[in-house]
Design a protein around this ligand. Structure first.
Ligand code: NAG
Ligand code: NAG
Ligand code: NAG
Ligand code: NAG
Ligand code: NAG
Ligand code: NAG
Ligand code: NAG
Ligand code: NAG
Length: 793
């Protein structure tokens, strides 16, 4: 710091002098570089004889030149997250591990909050952001987060490579990391990933253009944890030892698609392989899953990194194939893992080469993948577009307002009997705010968060609308003591309305911590029931949590008039909650998860990966696609203070394909009476002749209520009913639209026939089934259906 300050003073003097003799407009832009605390590598490198700083050469040629100039030991020391650098070549140390799941995070050692930037904007966690079903919000959040990240990088407080987002599917409600993810639907997760990743990575004007290997990056994102990773620690099975038994069908249908979308459509520059094994093979050691799939089939432009200490886990915990440490690093390098978060590569790759376990060229290729990403980030040559960003660009008024807007958009109104909400400030002048979340603070930002700019607690935010009688109800979310319930009942008795705020925090759901049930902990349920049953006034329940909680008791209790799911709403969470309760904002969020009843978890173990019901073992199916039992609230549920009417304007009703002799019919399991159909399905790969065919339709949405509002339209494909074991329905599109009271809008959708109507067969082929598909526009009773007939002739 001290040295840099001196440099800045000297620079300032120079500038003052030169300004005296030259007009201001002629200030050399290159001089302004010096303000950045992290000078580009090539500004310090004397390039004579070396070509890696020669900007006339392509990045991979430059990267190869750099790698070829290193000794084996030097190479090994650049392959861990804490790259030591090569001082003799002018390469400084670099910490690869920073995180930005929902704002710049403290989680990675590459990011600090102890410098000139003390805090960064802390948005709601991804699950809450997903509830908005607003793609442009997700992209904007990525853009703002990467601006703050760049600013912190310039202040010497962050790297340029951020290992976010987490895009694993929430397969089971007990998983402790649901809050970090975009929920249970693969299509929605894919759209979240594309938008957030593009928001983080894309440099304006270079979104799709040119050779993707040279596309500049604002910051580098990472889709993780690849793949079938969704268990932390359950009944003695932990993520380091877990061997996920996954069928090919579930792999193709559920576990891979979010990653495929992230790589192909998001053009993410990194993927992280996870700790667990799939069908007996550690993922980071699986050539088929890494090199062949991510780099080959999906054509990743970037690098594959291990989850932290995966290589060590493969050796120490999994004792995979009885390998030595050198054999382990050789195996994961060969599989396609470029960077080791940990020190296994650093310590054991050089000996592995010397013992003949791996060719040095594998190290070279990994390093080239890494350096090309750093070059795309401007780490070598500078990033003129971002070099002026600094501390004043973090926690700006606009960014905090975006955090507020994100909190609002993620609120989900689950219940609103007799339209008790919104509360009018005229009528409800004194409200009781009770429960362990009434004064929620830092717990609202969830995990993988940074230091928030400021926190708006529900208590303080509600105080802006009414006098608040606060009672904590429970000492904390564990609520092991019922002595605080009585004061909460008292507060409620003396108020005009009662708001009960309950939920979970990271001591109950988190990385390394799965849940043991779906209930509210301790005496929270008693708190709610006692306060509600004694309340002389309307009762609003606000639930703050990521993973689902079984609140059937509250749903069914007529004394509880309204319920809001607030998720982990981020640093402006209190404002979001208060604005929804008092009607400043009309909620429109939808649940990104199925809210199961607690008895669901007694029907199947967390370790069973199968998505479809398992008839022999009596396991029910998973997610809205395969579970048809009784639930608390369905995926996609969410109410508004206004009403919307949807009508279908126009839709294409049939797809008829004349098959050529090379296009074979494919059998898929079907009901006995469907055997007359001579051609149940055709492989999507064989249907290139209709690859551009779409189903275009328009709907008219009218806001028939008296309030402006936003409406989320989720579109599902319901496969023809004659087939067995297919999803009950599957999301194929969604849109969020804004409508003033009385306004009508026409909303257009375009479904890609091969993507939206296809299913994954029991033998893991992607096929387009013939027969009558139902396209369901909207959820529940308000759904508008039309059918599309697929025929092969
Ligand atoms: C940079 O590379 C170009 C293209 O190969 C070459 O013509 C030029 O001489 C190189 N510059 C230096 C300083 O080596
Ligand atoms: C911030 O913390 C890091 C890690 O503890 C340390 O290396 C760095 O010197 C600190 N910076 C300041 C400005 O205190
Ligand atoms: C790697 O080497 C460093 C330095 O010798 C040592 O401190 C560290 O424990 C080693 N790590 C492993 C996993 O062997
Ligand atoms: C932080 O939030 C509190 C409560 O909402 C507010 O009164 C205060 O002005 C905020 N501080 C800053 C620096 O924004
Ligand atoms: C419950 O909390 C009260 C007040 O803090 C305390 O006096 C009492 O010992 C606690 N009871 C238990 C069982 O922890
Ligand atoms: C629900 O699925 C089960 C198989 O898990 C099936 O036996 C049952 O008929 C289904 N029920 C309904 C109402 O569709
Ligand atoms: C989606 O989010 C963006 C960014 O906050 C916002 O401007 C837009 O109004 C939202 N769209 C709808 C329909 O709510
Ligand atoms: C729409 O289709 C679904 C699935 O076939 C069905 O459950 C639902 O009742 C239909 N809704 C209407 C309004 O026809």
């Amino acid at each position: 710091m001290a040295v840099l300050r001196v440099a800045a003073v000297v620079f300032f003097t120079l500038l003052t002098l030169s300004a005296a003799v030259r007009p201001l407009s002629k200030r050399s832009p290159s001089l302004q570089h010096s303000f950045s605390q992290v000078p580009p590598v090539c500004s310090n490198v004397d390039i004579s004889g070396l070509q890696f700083c020669n900007t006339s050469l392509p990045y991979d040629v430059r990267a190869k030149d750099l790698v070829d100039s290193m000794t084996l030991e030097e190479k090994a020391h650049q392959l861990g997250n804490k790259a030591t650098g090569v001082p003799r070549l002018g390469i400084p140390p670099y910490q690869w591990w920073s995180e930005a799941l929902h704002g710049v995070s403290t989680s990675g050692p590459g990011t600090f909050f102890n410098g000139t930037v003390p805090a960064a904007t802390s948005f709601p966690t991804p699950l809450s952001l997903t509830a908005s079903f607003n793609e442009s919000l997700w992209r904007t959040l990525g853009q703002v987060t990467s601006t703050e990240a760049r600013a912190m990088h310039n202040e010497g407080q962050a790297g340029l490579t951020f290992w976010s987002p987490n895009i694993n599917v929430v397969r089971d409600p007990r998983w402790g990391r649901a809050m970090e993810t975009p929920g249970e639907d693969t299509f929605v997760i894919g759209r979240y990933a594309v938008n957030y990743v593009r928001g983080l990575q894309d440099v304006e004007g270079h979104e799709y253009s040119g050779d993707l290997n040279y596309r500049p990056l604002k910051v580098s994102a990472c889709c993780k944890h690849y793949a079938a990773y969704d268990l932390e620690n359950w009944e003695g099975v932990d993520r380091f030892h877990f061997d996920a038994k996954v069928t090919a069908q579930d792999m193709i249908e559920t576990f891979l698609p979010p990653f495929e979308t992230c790589v192909k459509e998001g053009d993410v520059s990194s993927v992280m392989c996870s700790f667990n094994q799939i069908n007996g093979i550690p993922i980071c050691a699986d050539t088929r899953l890494l090199s062949d799939t991510i780099k080959g089939d999906w054509n990743l432009h970037g690098y594959i990194v291990s989850d932290c200490d995966s290589a060590e886990v493969i050796h120490d915990a999994q004792k995979w194939l009885g390998d030595t440490q050198e054999e382990t690093v050789a195996r994961v390098l060969r599989a396609g893992m470029d960077l080791d978060c940990g020190d296994y590569y650093t310590n054991f790759t050089a000996p592995a080469v010397m013992e003949g376990k791996i060719r040095e060229s594998y190290l070279d290729n990994a390093l080239i993948n890494l350096y090309v990403v750093l070059m795309r980030l401007g780490y070598f040559d500078g990033s003129p577009a971002y070099e002026k960003l600094g501390k004043d660009d973090v926690c700006t008024k606009d960014n905090i307002e975006l955090a507020t807007e994100a909190a609002r958009q993620g609120m989900v109104l689950l219940k609103n009997d007799h339209n008790i909400l919104p509360l009018s400030t005229e009528k409800y002048k004194k409200v009781a705010a009770v429960g362990p979340k009434a004064n929620a603070n830092y717990d609202m930002v969830g995990n993988y968060a940074g230091v928030p700019c400021n926190i708006s607690s529900p208590w303080s935010a509600i105080s802006k609308y009414a006098e608040v009688l606060y009672a904590m109800g429970c000492a904390d979310v564990h609520c092991t003591n019922d002595t605080f319930i009585f004061p909460a009942v008292e507060a409620s008795r003396n108020a005009d309305a009662t708001i009960i705020l309950v939920g979970l925090d990271v001591s109950i759901e988190n990385e390394a911590l799965d849940r043991t049930d779906l209930l509210l902990p301790g005496y929270q349920t008693e708190l709610i029931n006692q306060v509600a049953n004694e309340a002389p006034n309307p009762v609003i329940l606000v639930v703050l949590c990521g993973g689902v909680v079984d609140i059937s008791f509250a749903k069914d209790n007529p004394k509880i008039n309204a319920i809001i799911w607030a998720g982990y709403p981020g640093e402006e969470g209190g404002t979001g909650i208060a604005e929804v309760i008092f009607g400043v904002y009309n909620p429109a969020g939808r649940l990104p998860l199925t809210w199961y009843k607690n008895d669901y978890i007694h029907q199947l173990p967390l370790t069973s990966m199968q998505m479809r019901p398992h008839y022999e073992l009596g396991y029910p199916g998973r997610t809205y696609k395969f579970f048809n039992g009784s639930i608390v609230y369905p995926f996609g549920h969410g109410l508004s203070y206004t009403q919307f009417q949807t009508t279908l304007v126009h839709a294409r009703r049939s797809v008829v394909t004349k098959l050529s002799p090379r296009q074979h019919c494919h059998n898929i399991p079907r009901q006995w009476d469907a055997y007359l159909n001579p051609c149940p399905a055709v492989l999507v790969d064989d249907l290139s002749n209709i690859k551009d065919e779409t189903i275009d339709f328009q709907i008219q949405v009218k806001n028939v209520g008296h309030r402006d509002g936003h409406h989320v339209i989720i579109v599902y494909d319901v496969p023809p009913e004659e087939y067995m074991e297919l999803p009950i329905k599957q999301v194929v599109a969604f849109k969020r639209v804004a409508l003033k009271a009385g306004e009508t809008q026409t909303v257009e959708f375009r479904l890609d026939v091969l993507k939206s109507l296809s299913v994954v067969s029991d033998t893991a082929y992607v096929v387009l089934p013939s027969g009558q598909h139902t396209i369901m526009v909207g959820d529940g009773d308000e759904a508008v259906n039309f059918t599309v007939n697929v025929r092969y002739i």
